[in-house]
Each structure stands twice: as C-alpha cells, then as structure tokens.
Ligand binder design. Structure first.
Ligand code: SAM
Length: 264
C-alpha cells in the first residue's frame, strides 16, 4: 500500500492503492506523518493555514495523484443525509475530494467550493469524462461538467456574495469546518448554513475535545460552538464518535460524524 500520510494524514482510510494525499481521514492521526515535501519550515511554524498557505501546499503537490475513494462515513450515512435523491448537494472546501464524483454518480447535482485552483484542476484532470468548461466570475471562477450537474466554484469561501451559490438540500462538510483558519470559521459557518434550505440536512465531520492545539489542523471545536455556529434551529445528532487521541499522540481527541436536520 502506498502511504502518503503526513501532518494531517489526509486519506479516506480505505487502504489500497487509491490512498492519496490531501483527502481527509482524521482517524489516522499524526502517527502516519510522512514528509512529502509539501510542508516547509515556514508552513510548519504557522499556527493557522490560510488560503495562501493551502495554495502553496497544492502547488508543491505532484501531478500524479489518484482519484481516492469516497469518505467512509458519508457512504454509510448517505441515506440519512439524502432521504430523497437526486438532490442538490453542496460540498464546501472540497479540495479534489472523491465525494464530489461519488455523489454525482448517484444522480445528484453537486456543487463544490474550493479556494486552491490547483486542487480543482487536479480533480477535473482525474475525471476527463466530465468534459468540463470554465467560466470567470466576479468573485472567482466556475468549473462545470458538460451536463452542468457537477460544478466547482474556485474562490475564497469568505468572499462569496450572498445568494451566489443558490440553495441546497444537503451539505457535506468533511475536513472543512474543522480545517478552515479559526478567524474565518464564523463567516464560513454563516455562508454555508445560509445556503442550506430550511428543510435541508447537513453532514459534518469534526474533531473535538482535544487539547487547545493539536497541530495546525484539524482544529478541535467544542460541541457547543458546533451547535451555535452550525445547528441553530436544527437538531444536532451525533452519528458516531471515534477516539483518535492515540493516533494523534495527545491525551484526548475525538472525531465525530454529525447530522443536522430540521426540528420538525
Ligand atoms: C483539509 S483540506 C480538505 C479537503 C476535502 N474536504 C477533503 O476531505 O479531501 C481543506 C481544504 O480547504 C481549502 N480552503 C482552506 N481555506 C479556504 C478558504 N478560505 N476558501 C476556500 N477554500 C479553502 C484548502 O485549499 C483545502 O483544499
């Protein structure tokens, strides 16, 4: 098995040759750290990674990346998130996540948003069957499959004008809320929940109950903050929780999958 893990061990954790960098599986922890030359000293010294830092990381990434696999728990809980398909699904901070294509292949309309253009280029390069085209926008760029059912906005999530993305039946938030630079998190939460229909559902992967600083990412975010930022007026249901403290060599850290759904 080719291992490409590093500080935040981005893999979807299924093993096999499809494992890849910059796809998130927080259960694997820092123990799987592997230096790919993507992280230099300047990046390691920073307490938060903003979009410029992510652009640097992706620019060092080899072209030879694989498609990866959909997130395990998304596959497991998709019936809870999307009781009726096809739906319109938003995947914020999507990177080159295999979740985009997996959701699309189920017939859904999938809209991703990612700040690092290289990640989006890599994604569409891996999926030539989507026959994408691009369009300049006042706040970024839109990549779109020929049939229009898979779109990725390349822009800073904090700069998206209100209403620009339309509304969604569901959000898939994986390695996003828990990864974005802390000062940007409240704005992120506002934009993403603002795009969710009132009857919509929100699937979240988040790390919590860790020491004040685990690394640069993931951030450990208390459930109270999660509830207040993402779950106001919605039911917050913890689908599962994994103790990932040993993998991260800390005394306490958990990874949970959460579903927000309408109160009634
Ligand atoms: C931890 S990675 C996760 C990627 C993907 N969700 C996955 O699971 O593979 C976080 C992603 O957020 C993007 N990002 C960070 N800050 C951003 C911002 N302000 N606007 C848009 N994208 C951002 C990074 O470029 C990176 O691709």
């Amino acid at each position: 098995m080719a291992t490409h893990n590093h500080d935040h061990h981005h893999q979807h954790g299924h093993g096999g040759d499809e494992d890849d960098v910059l796809q998130c599986d927080h259960s694997r922890g820092a123990a799987h750290r592997h230096d790919h030359g993507l992280w230099d000293d300047d990046l390691m010294k920073k307490k938060e990674w903003d979009l410029d830092d992510w652009n640097k990381i992706y620019s060092r990434m080899a072209e030879k990346v694989t498609k990866g696999r959909p997130s395990r728990e998304l596959v497991k809980y998709v019936g809870r998130l999307l009781p009726s398909e096809p739906a319109r699904v938003f995947v914020p901070l999507c990177g080159k996540s295999a979740d985009l294509k997996w959701l699309y292949d189920r017939g859904n309309t999938v809209v991703g948003l990612e700040g690092a253009v290289k990640a989006v280029e890599l994604f569409f390069h891996l999926h030539p069957d989507l026959k994408h085209s691009t369009q300049d926008l006042p706040f970024g760029k839109l990549y779109k499959s020929e049939d229009g059912r898979l779109q990725v906005y390349v822009c800073d999530v904090t700069q998206v004008p209100a209403g620009a993305l339309g509304t969604f039946d569901a959000v898939v938030d994986w390695g996003a809320y828990t990864a974005i630079a802390s000062p940007d998190r409240p704005r992120y939460a506002e934009i993403v929940t603002g795009a969710l229909k009132e009857c919509g559902r929100y699937f979240l992967e988040v790390c919590h109950d860790g020491p004040p600083r685990v690394g640069r990412i993931p951030h450990s975010i208390p459930f109270r903050t999660v509830k207040l930022e993402l779950g106001k007026g919605r039911k917050m249901e913890v689908l599962d929780t994994q103790d990932i403290s040993a993998a991260w060599s800390v005394d306490s850290l958990f990874d949970s999958h959460i579903l927000f759904s309408p109160l009634h």
